[in-house]
Design a protein around this ligand. Structure first.
Ligand code: NAD
Length: 338
């Protein structure tokens, strides 16, 4: 296939891990070309805007973006660029795979859980937040809609089918949040009936936290509302050893943005030791999304093999003696040989 994607190298370690990631994509010969655009501090310095219109236009034009981490300046009334992107493109599904890799300091092995988090409603509303004048009473609001719940649950089932997943767990708190979480749960039950080929169960969020820590192997795909998804996806990342290998996919009807979950790591930027794997795994998810799952799997297998058999090439955060270049070289060599 031939396809152009928007590439946002980003801030801090972003350009370093993006370079390694694009080398692997090029080695896979997947027919992708790149339009490089700016966002974050680098865009503010060059164009006076954290998220220039040219960048938004490029994402809209190509519908797919691979994005490095961005630094949002603290103070000065800046809105998070990631939140702005999510709102602008209505990226309603945040998909966070948590996969065990060898040679990491994880508490569990053989974990392969995907959390599908609703990303536009739930408890993340700017409206309805009040604080009484005396500062004694604070309120906030939760709003779920049938439309929002339906599209996220359907997305989870369709994704499960496409990836050959067997089971979906809908996570809720409908016993207490009877209206908002109740609506989500009812929709999940209804949608599940349309997918008899996929096992469906439901679980209350507090029990889910305990079950994830005690018996994570029972989970395959989790679908849930915004706040629970935020918490559970980080819990799952913790089960597999943290954010060094955590990709995040942001999917909307008209655009999809793939990124690493970690930030711009200013403490190691420019040192050449950043681990490129989270962004690489996001690129692998992008290949799945573009109908090239065979190539996505090659990337995952190459990372797995490097972590098992080429420890000297691995970056220090994963216990190796290597750097971004040596880690990238080892993965390029393996995808070429596959
Ligand atoms: P961070 O994820 O950047 O760093 C936390 C720690 O993890 C640091 O010690 C860092 O060196 C290490 N680390 C992160 N990624 C690594 C990698 N690939 N390889 C090796 N080590 C890695 O989190 P932070 O320090 O809280 O945030 C720094 C900046 O990143 C902030 O400006 C924040 O707003 C931004 N941020 C952006 C995103 C995004 O764009 N998606 C996400 C989170 C944070």
């Amino acid at each position: 296939m031939s396809k152009t994607i928007a590439v946002i190298p980003g801030d801090g370690i972003g350009p370093e891990i993006m370079k390694a990631t694009l080398r692997v994509l090029d080695a896979l010969d997947c027919g992708l070309s790149y339009e490089f655009v700016d966002a974050g501090m680098v865009a503010l310095e060059k164009h006076g805007d954290l998220l220039p219109k040219d960048t938004l236009d490029a994402i809209a034009r190509h519908t797919i973006a691979l994005k490095g981490p961005l630094t949002t300046p603290i103070g000065g009334g800046f809105t998070s660029i990631n939140v702005t992107l999510r709102r602008h493109f209505d990226l309603y599904a945040n998909v966070r795979p948590a996969i065990s890799f060898p040679g990491t300091k994880a508490r569990f092995e053989n974990i392969d859980i995907i959390t599908v988090r609703e990303n536009t409603e739930g408890a993340y509303l700017s409206e309805g937040q009040t604080l009484s004048e005396d500062g004694e009473v604070a309120t906030s609001m939760v709003r779920n809609t049938r439309k929002g719940s339906t599209r996220i649950v359907k997305y989870a089932f369709e994704m499960a089918r496409q990836k050959g997943r067997k089971k979906i767990t809908a996570v809720h708190k409908a016993n207490i949040m009877k209206t908002s979480s109740g609506l989500f749960l009812n929709v999940a039950r209804e949608v599940a009936k349309e997918y008899p080929d996929i096992e469906f169960n439901e679980m209350i969020v507090d029990n889910t936290c305990m079950q994830l820590v005690m018996k994570p192997e029972q989970f395959d795909v989790i679908v849930t509302t915004n706040l629970f998804g935020d918490i559970l996806s980080d819990l799952c990342a913790g089960l597999v050893g943290g954010l060094g290998l955590a990709p995040g996919d942001n999917i909307g009807a008209g655009a999809a943005i793939f990124e690493a979950v970690h930030g711009s790591a200013p403490d190691i930027a420019g040192k050449g030791i950043a681990n490129p794997c989270a962004l690489l795994l996001a690129a692998a998810d992008m290949l799945d999304h573009l109908g090239m799952a065979d190539k996505g799997n090659k990337v995952r297998a190459a990372i797995r093999d490097t972590l098992t058999n080429d420890r000297d090439a691995v970056t220090p955060d994963l216990g190796g003696k290597g750097n971004t270049d040596s880690f990238g070289d080892a993965i390029v060599k393996r995808v070429k040989a596959a």
